[in-house]
Design a protein around this ligand. Sequence first.
Ligand SMILES: [Zn+2]
Length: 91
Amino acid sequence: MENKHTPGPWKVDSLNRIYDDNDLIVCLCSEIHRYPRESIDANAHLIAAAPDMLEALYSAADLQHATENDNCTDETLCLYCTAIAKAEGGV
Ligand SMILES: [Zn+2]
């Protein structure tokens, strides 16, 4: 699946606004759902790290698929490909 998300890196500010490299807001984590403040802060940082983690998953999947023990198929995805599919909206 083609990547349609805003390219990384993303960063988060003290108000949990997540920005792209051009300082455009990608996402805002707010207190609307009454999560504890520390959870909202943690969620914002996790979301901001998503593009970097996706790139790491691509690398990990490539390494996994290069091994003789690779058993990743269209029917049974490896752990990395499962997470990539979820990130790309495929799961
Ligand atoms: Zn895989």
